[in-house]
Every structure is written in structure tokens, then in C-alpha cells.
Design a protein around this ligand. Structure first.
Ligand code: CTP
Ligand code: CA
Length: 224
């Protein structure tokens, strides 16, 4: 053999992954969150470990154990996740954003529990910072992979996110009709600047391995 076994393609490569949902506080007892079990991100973390990578996971609250060999930080809000990711990115070679990050956060967090006096309640919210785009902008050398969950026009949105966020690869999946969420299986359209491939519906662990093989191939090719 001239080189390494496929299984150890990412030997010594530091991979940073965001996963799971964020929580945006409304008052001391309530928050807004996103639908995300963290399964895909955790499967990507395990797949990267199995390929020899050093894996850091920045994760929202999920009902999953930290995969063996992974170092994990648990975060709360989108702002917390951004801070933790910023810190960890200083020691990473590859960044994969699988987290379902809140796009908006309440402008004012009530310091006391909101009582149900009025018949309606309005929350004023402002946009959160895009972790994926910000990290790529701050650390342009990072090989950066985004995810996109779409209910419609999957490929169009995937390509526009790839360009808009200036990232290296995007994995898009359809979430129409309750697909993907909390399911053991998923399918992905993986797109990069000069190529794309479809990974058909399969178990999220198998899918994560297939995705990481594409990531490794593009990352190693670019590094040459
Ligand atoms: N993402 C992020 N930080 C945010 C929002 C999104 O890091 N504040 C990342 C996600 O982890 C994912 C990618 O950006 O890898 C795409 O997320 P998505 O919600 O599909 O795209 P948005 O840019 O937020 O656009 P929209 O929700 O309008 O489709
Ligand atoms: Ca979003």
C-alpha cells in the first residue's frame, strides 16, 4: 500500500462540528427552540472519529450521549454557540455546521416569569449572527461545510447558500412532509463548487460516513 487505509483518511485532522438546537430565552422559564434531535451531527462526529480525526462538538441540548473519543461543549443560545465555536475554531482544520440555529432571538428577556394576563402576546425579535458564515469569514483557511434543510427548491437554495456563505460544501436535505426530523434515516444532496452528488436515503450513521468520505476527499484535494 502506498498510502493510508480509507478508514484513517482524517488522521490528525481537527474537525469542529456544531449540532442540535439552540434555546433563546423569553423569560426565566421559557425559551424558543428549533426542531433538531442532533442525530445527524452526532453521527457526523462519530464518522469523523472513525476516520482518525480529532473531533470537537459544540452542541445544543440533545438527548444523546457524547460519542466516544469526541470532546463536547454544551451551549444554550445562538450567541453562546457562536462564542464556543469561535473559541474552538482556532484549533480546527475542518468546520461542519449541522446545528439548527435560531434565526431570531427575543430582544428583551423578561427577568420575571411572564404572567398570562393579556389575550395576546407579541415578542419582538432580532436576527441572530450566522455562525457558519461568520466562522468562515474569520477563519478562511477552514474547510467549511454547511447543512440546509429545505421544504422546497432544495438545489436552488443549497447553491445560493454555498455562494452567499462562501463555504466549501453544502449538504442539503428535504424536510417536506415531516421527513428527516427525529428519523433514523435521511438523504442528502451534497454540493460543492465544481461537483455534486446524491446520497440516497439510508441510516444516518451510514449517511454520515458517506458524507465524511466526500468531505475528506475535497479537503485533502484542496490541501495539496
Ligand atoms: N447556520 C448557522 N448560524 C445561524 C443560522 C444557520 O451556523 N445563525 C448554519 C446551519 O448550521 C446550517 C446552515 O447555516 O449549516 C444553513 O442553515 P439554514 O437555516 O438552512 O440557512 P439560513 O442561512 O439560516 O437561511 P434560512 O433559514 O432562511 O433558510
Ligand atoms: Ca435558518
Amino acid at each position: 500500500e502506498t498510502c493510508c487505509a480509507t478508514s484513517q483518511l482524517l488522521q490528525g485532522v481537527r474537525v469542529l462540528i456544531t449540532a442540535g438546537p439552540t434555546r433563546e430565552a423569553i423569560d426565566p422559564v421559557r425559551f424558543l427552540t428549533n426542531r433538531s434531535s442532533g442525530k445527524m451531527g452526532y453521527a457526523v462526529a462519530s464518522a469523523a472519529v472513525s476516520m482518525g480525526a480529532e473531533v470537537m462538538l459544540v452542541s445544543g441540548h440533545v438527548a444523546l450521549d457524547c460519542p466516544a473519543g469526541v470532546s463536547r461543549v454544551i451551549t444554550e443560545s445562538a450567541a453562546d454557540m457562536l462564542n464556543a465555536t469561535h473559541e474552538a475554531a482556532k484549533q480546527a482544520d475542518v468546520f461542519i455546521a449541522t446545528a439548527a440555529v435560531a434565526d431570531y432571538t427575543p430582544i428583551n428577556v423578561a427577568d420575571r416569569k411572564i404572567k398570562k394576563n393579556a389575550a395576546t402576546l407579541n415578542l419582538e425579535m432580532r436576527r441572530t449572527t450566522d455562525i457558519l458564515a461568520t466562522i468562515k469569514q474569520t477563519y478562511p483557511h477552514l474547510f467549511t461545510v454547511g447543512f440546509a434543510a429545505e421544504t422546497h427548491d432544495l438545489m436552488t437554495y443549497a447553491r445560493s447558500k454555498l455562494e452567499r456563505k462562501n463555504i466549501d460544501m453544502i449538504a442539503a436535505n428535504s424536510v417536506a412532509n415531516g421527513k428527516a426530523f427525529d428519523q433514523p434515516t435521511n438523504a442528502l444532496e451534497v454540493v460543492w463548487k465544481d461537483g455534486h452528488t446524491s446520497l440516497p436515503e439510508m441510516d444516518k450513521h451510514q449517511l454520515a460516513v458517506a458524507l465524511m468520505q466526500l468531505v475528506a476527499a475535497q479537503y485533502l484535494q484542496r490541501k495539496q
